[in-house]
Design a protein around this ligand. Structure first.
Ligand SMILES: [Mg+2]
Length: 279
């Protein structure tokens, strides 16, 4: 029998086929892969399942991610990833196929949107229909000023790829897109609609694309208000690991309650391997 950190029966996890992994704080931290990650990924494959890395981080493209995880020893291809940039591109292709999009984001994000046939500008041009902000590790004051001016002077729709307040790095955290959205709100009074987790769009698309039901899927992450809330919103099994942001105190005292809690992907792997027969 599989028991989680709080002794909850987690045998249901043996029936899961689609494992949707958060990355930062769940399987690695910056460039350091967590012990147990490769074993867990191999176990899922050996048992006929599949995994997808889903991330709210819109500063990197899928090609960047393939490269990043390859350096850690994870062999992955394009379809093993789903980013909030890709979700945004899919959503915008439906909603703004011919409209001009102003984007405050990295070169990677802008290239990704353009590669999907969207019309994107980084300048104040005539005819801008929608403003998008991504997690922009190339952000500067000129970009912020442009974004604020457009939001103040024009009637535009306004979206952000992801609501994360901070992004984990080796020494702690740096501000992420959700914090920038608050900064812009202080200046303009405008606040975006968010696209990534905890909205269910990303996990819904993964289930559909790979042909699994929500009952066959589980989302694994380290952050309560994005990863775990996505599982709750999508009515999908969810696992919180303690290797990233969420602490036991957050889980015990907060409103967002994970279905299962495990210390790490190592602990999760060892329990799944033992319960399902040695592998
Ligand atoms: Mg994370």
């Amino acid at each position: 029998m599989i028991r989680d950190y709080y002794n909850t029966n987690a045998d249901d996890l043996l029936n899961k086929k689609l494992f949707l992994f958060d990355m930062d704080g769940t399987i690695y931290e910056e460039d350091r892969i967590f012990d147990g990650t490769i074993d867990l990924l191999n176990l899922i494959k050996e048992r006929g399942g599949r995994y997808v890395f889903i991330t709210n981080n819109s500063s990197k493209s899928v090609v960047d991610y393939i490269d990043k995880v390859a350096k850690m020893g994870i062999k992955a291809s394009e379809e093993d990833f789903f980013t909030s940039s890709q979700a945004t591109a899919l959503f915008f292709r439906k909603k703004y196929p011919n409209d001009l999009i102003y984007c405050q984001g990295t070169k990677s994000l802008i290239a990704e949107l353009k590669s999907k046939g969207l019309h994107v500008t980084e300048k104040q041009e005539d005819g801008i229909k929608v403003v998008l902000t991504g997690f922009d590790t190339e952000l500067n004051f000129e970009k912020l000023r442009n974004t604020c001016q457009i939001l103040t002077e024009r009637e535009v729709d306004y979206y952000a790829t992801n609501p994360d307040l901070v992004c984990p790095v080796s020494f702690g955290f740096v501000p992420d897109n959700g914090s920038v959205a608050i900064m812009i709100k202080n200046a303009t009074g405008k606040y975006p609609t968010f696209i990534g987790k905890p909205e269910t769009m990303m996990v819904d698309i993964c289930c559909e694309k790979f042909g699994f039901t929500k009952d066959e899927a589980v989302i694994i992450g380290d952050r309560l208000y994005t990863d775990i809330q996505t599982g709750i919103n999508a009515k999908m099994a969810n696992i919180c690991v303690l290797t990233g942001e969420a602490t036991l105190k957050d889980i015990e005292e907060g409103d967002i309650k994970p279905m299962y809690v495990f210390e790490s992907v190592r602990v999760l792997h060892d329990l799944l391997a033992k319960a399902g027969g040695a592998s």
